[in-house]
Every structure is written in structure tokens, then in C-alpha cells.
Design a protein around this ligand. Structure first.
Ligand SMILES: [Zn+2]
Length: 173
């Protein structure tokens, strides 16, 4: 039996005329307009999720730059005085780690954010262990930071999932 082949208008894959959906990207090539509209709508939703995830990932990166900057300022201030010189080394190292996390987030958003979050929590713990009263200092800011980290982690998951789903389509659009 001879099979008729057509080309998927989305991904240019070759599909048989009997296939309603493209076997490569799932586009309802041989379905009615309503089905095609529904497909476009679902793509748009995925793109919106992706856009939102990118925004939250950007927030995490901004937060990491801010944390790096703060630690750098504190570290340099300590380093500039002989009596606190050795206290300045810790914050400088922390600043470098936060900057490294920004690059890690760029490469592997989920792992990078989790590493940065764990490092930040450990830093908070090290402060609180020395002086428990400091747990409440800047508590609102800390809650905001935790919110940014947690949203970043869930966005990194979305980002991974939805960018994979959209990859086959992005190649053609
Ligand atoms: Zn296709």
C-alpha cells in the first residue's frame, strides 16, 4: 500500500497523511482548525510559564549579586583595619561563592539555586550559633530572601520542563 506523506507545518518533519498528530512534535497537522487553535493556546501557556520562570530566575541572580556585594563591602571594610583584618576574609570568600553561584545558576538553574540557598542558610546558621539573638535581626529581609529562593527553585523546575517541551518548536519559530 502506498502511503502519502506530508510535511508538518510546525517542525517540518515528514508525516503520513493518515496521522492526525505529528509524530515528532505533536502538532495536529491533519486535524480541524479548532484542534489547531487549542494546540496554539497550549503552546502560548507554556511560553508564559517559561517567561515567568525566567523572571524568577533573574530575581535569584539579582539577589545573589546583592548578597555578594554586601559581603564584599563588609569584607573589604574589615580587611582595611588591622584589628579586624582576619574577620574580613570570611565575607570575601562568601562573596566569591555567591558570584560563582550566579554562573552556576546560568548553567544549571535548579542545582545552582539549591546550592546558593543551602550556602545562604549555612551562613545564617553560623551567625545564629554565635549569637542566637541575631536570628530575628533583619527577619523580614530574610523571609523575602527565602521567598525569592523558593520561587526560584520551583521556577527552575518549570524552566527545565517547559523549555524541553518547547525546544522542538523553538527550532522552527
Ligand atoms: Zn511536527
Amino acid at each position: 500500500m502506498e502511503q502519502n506523506f506530508t510535511q508538518c507545518s510546525k517542525c517540518k518533519a515528514s508525516i503520513t497523511a493518515e496521522d492526525v498528530f505529528c509524530s515528532n512534535c505533536g502538532y495536529p497537522e491533519n486535524a480541524d482548525q479548532e484542534e489547531k487553535d487549542k494546540y496554539e493556546y497550549r503552546i502560548k501557556l507554556k511560553m508564559n510559564v517559561l517567561k515567568d520562570a525566567k523572571k524568577k530566575l533573574k530575581n535569584v541572580k539579582i539577589l545573589l549579586w546583592v548578597l555578594a556585594g554586601l559581603h564584599l563591602v563588609v569584607g573589604l571594610a574589615f580587611l582595611s583595619q588591622e584589628i579586624t583584618f582576619y574577620d574580613g576574609i570570611g565575607p570575601i570568600i562568601a562573596a566569591v561563592i555567591f558570584i560563582a553561584c550566579v554562573f552556576w545558576v546560568n548553567k544549571q538553574p535548579l542545582v545552582g539555586i539549591m546550592a546558593a540557598f543551602i550556602f545562604w542558610v549555612l551562613l545564617q546558621l553560623s551567625v545564629v550559633l554565635v549569637d542566637p539573638a541575631l536570628l530575628l535581626s533583619g527577619i523580614i529581609l530574610k523571609i523575602v530572601f527565602i521567598g525569592i529562593f523558593v520561587k526560584g527553585i520551583s521556577s527552575a523546575k518549570d524552566y527545565k520542563e517547559f523549555s524541553q517541551k518547547l525546544r522542538t518548536l523553538n527550532a522552527t519559530t
